[in-house]
Design a protein. Structure first.
Length: 284
């Protein structure tokens, strides 16, 4: 497979025009709170560190930190590259994307406002910088990287946005070509709430095709990377659970009294798995 991947410094153009591809994400941005869970511009530096000593510092530009909705462009790019590799095509990290195809594939409108929003997405993706020691366990010194190296908007003769050229960072491109990615349910793009989207990708990474996964509420709070108080986060998670809108998974909230230890979020692969668990607990 490696002979199909050209050197990044050549930057030949990969025309990303495969129809009906499945969105895919790199594992790191599923695990860590890289993208802002907010619709308002966030220009504050954000730092995350877990109990294992893995840390991540996110430095936005004046345009604000890249949001979880901005990530859609990367999911689309990753899906195109992965499918091209599966078909034996040559790929590079410089992609040409038809704007209309991107908007339709990610469940967006195709009006003027939606086309204009692509420019803002590119600015935030290009302007957000990261410092991290993740994946560098030997010396823990860390590295600095970005999401995309550049983004170009090309218009047609009428001034309407025609296509986009995106150069992915070497860091992200390596994740795809080394198969450190997972496929998303296409219904992910129907989720409008940033909380729903973040919850889905954590469920997808940790529960995956397993029957069950659980996580402490405070640990989940850290993985979301939100600035709100824990009690507000709890309220939003409970509302999300009430709606049960996350594709492929059924989610339950348990109090500390119910678990006998701490507040937990329990994730089942589907409602059938949840009902089986309930039946098993009843029969014990």
């Amino acid at each position: 497979m490696t002979q199909l991947i050209e050197k990044a410094d050549q930057l030949d153009l990969f025309v990303a025009d495969i129809i009906d591809i499945a969105p895919k994400s790199d594992l790191h941005s599923m695990e860590y709170p890289i993208f802002a869970i907010s619709s308002k511009p966030d220009t504050d530096v954000f730092r995350y560190e877990n109990a294992a000593g893995n840390w991540l510092e996110i430095i936005p530009s004046v345009n604000g930190r890249a949001t979880i909705h901005d990530k859609d462009l990367l999911l689309y790019c990753f899906g195109q590259i992965a499918e091209a590799l599966n078909r034996g095509k040559t790929v590079t990290r410089r992609l040409k994307i038809t704007a209309y195809d991107y908007l339709v594939s990610t469940n967006r409108n195709t009006d003027g406002r939606s086309y204009a929003a692509i420019t803002d997405t590119l600015a935030r993706l290009r302007g957000t910088t990261f410092k991290s020691n993740i994946g560098n366990s030997e010396n823990k010194k860390g590295e600095v990287f970005g999401l995309i190296d550049s983004g170009t908007i090309v218009t047609d003769k009428n001034g309407r946005l025609d296509y986009i050229e995106v150069v992915l960072s070497e860091h992200l491109f390596a994740s795809i070509t080394n198969h450190r990615i997972l496929t998303y349910n296409r219904d992910y793009f129907k989720l409008r709430s940033p909380y729903e989207r973040r919850m889905y990708e954590l469920c997808r990474k940790h529960c995956g095709n397993q029957t069950y996964w659980e996580i402490g509420l405070e640990t989940l709070y850290g993985k979301f990377g939100v600035k709100s108080e824990l009690r507000e986060f709890r309220r939003k998670i409970k509302a999300l659970i009430q709606d049960q809108s996350i594709p492929d998974y059924f989610i339950e909230y348990k109090t500390a009294a119910e678990t006998g230890t701490i507040e937990k979020i329990q994730v089942f692969q589907d409602k059938t798995a949840f009902l089986r668990d309930q039946q098993a607990n009843t029969s014990e």
